[in-house]
Ligand binder design. Structure first.
Ligand code: HEM
Length: 227
């Protein structure tokens, strides 16, 4: 029988540990009163931030594989995406249940009054089919449409960044308010999207090949056998 470390790679273990330990810490923090003066808001904000972080990490897998040739990243996209969905779902449950006590008319009024929540809701609704069809059985069933469907993540990520930035009520142009974090996430998302463009991908691939050739040239060559 394979041992634990033969079955799972360090990256796989790190992803699962990150996702579950954060959740355990949030639950313990909430029930021990260690979150902040406003624990529900803290839960809402932190689950939102973990959701966007995991979403960005899942988006980064393909470009990083293209640059560094780290093929394992491609296999980990699904886990990262599903954990992003898990945190987004918890985030939404906290909003409707803990924050608004399932008072649906109030929830609908709040959503309509605050456009950044409408944006978050659109992003969440778009995430649902991606999460449910992320399994191999759906990949087979949907064929080429699976790829088309999952390209929606390139729309979802900017929407989530907009939801984040807009909710913070900062001024992007004057760089005022709590805009640094949403700005960093937005920039990373923009860079990751640019890296998906075919011309940029080609340029990065040829850069990688040139660097590899350079490294190979520097490696000491085996001495030729003397006759
Ligand atoms: C129905 C869908 C959603 C609702 C109702 C919702 C609601 C909210 C609310 C009320 C806040 C403000 C919390 C506060 O500062 O008091 C918030 C912030 C946030 N949400 Fe959402 N959200 C939704 C979807 C999403 C999704 C899908 C993601 C990510 C994948 C997300 C990520 C975030 C982030 C990163 C923040 C900012 C956290 C911070 O202030 O540090 N949200 N959301």
């Amino acid at each position: 029988m394979k041992s634990f470390f033969q079955r799972y790679t360090p990256l796989q273990i790190a992803i699962h540990i990150y996702a579950w330990s954060v959740l355990v810490m949030l639950i313990v923090g909430y029930f021990t009163g260690n979150l902040s003066a406003n624990p529900i808001q803290a839960l809402e904000q932190r689950t939102g931030r973990h959701a966007i972080t995991l979403l960005v990490l899942s988006l980064a897998c393909t470009p990083l594989n293209n640059i560094f040739g780290w093929r394992e990243l491609i296999k980990r996209r699904r886990a990262l995406g599903l954990y992003a969905f898990m945190y987004a779902t918890i985030h939404v449950i906290i909003f409707v249940d803990l924050d608004y006590g399932l008072a649906w008319s109030l929830i609908v009024r709040t959503i309509l009054e605050k456009p950044y929540i409408v944006v978050g809701m659109i992003a969440f609704l778009m995430l649902v089919p991606l999460a449910f069809t992320s399994f191999d059985i759906w990949k087979k069933r949907l064929g080429r449409n699976w790829k088309r469907l999952h390209r929606f993540v390139y729309l979802i990520a900017p929407l989530v960044a907009l939801h984040y930035a807009w909710g913070k009520k900062g001024d992007f142009f004057r760089l005022q308010g709590e805009i640094i974090r949403p700005l960093i996430y937005s920039l990373v998302i923009i860079i990751l999207l640019i890296m998906r463009l075919p011309q940029v991908r080609k340029a990065l691939a040829s850069l990688r090949d040139r660097i590899l050739v350079l490294f190979r040239k520097r490696e000491p060559q085996p001495k030729a056998d003397t006759p």
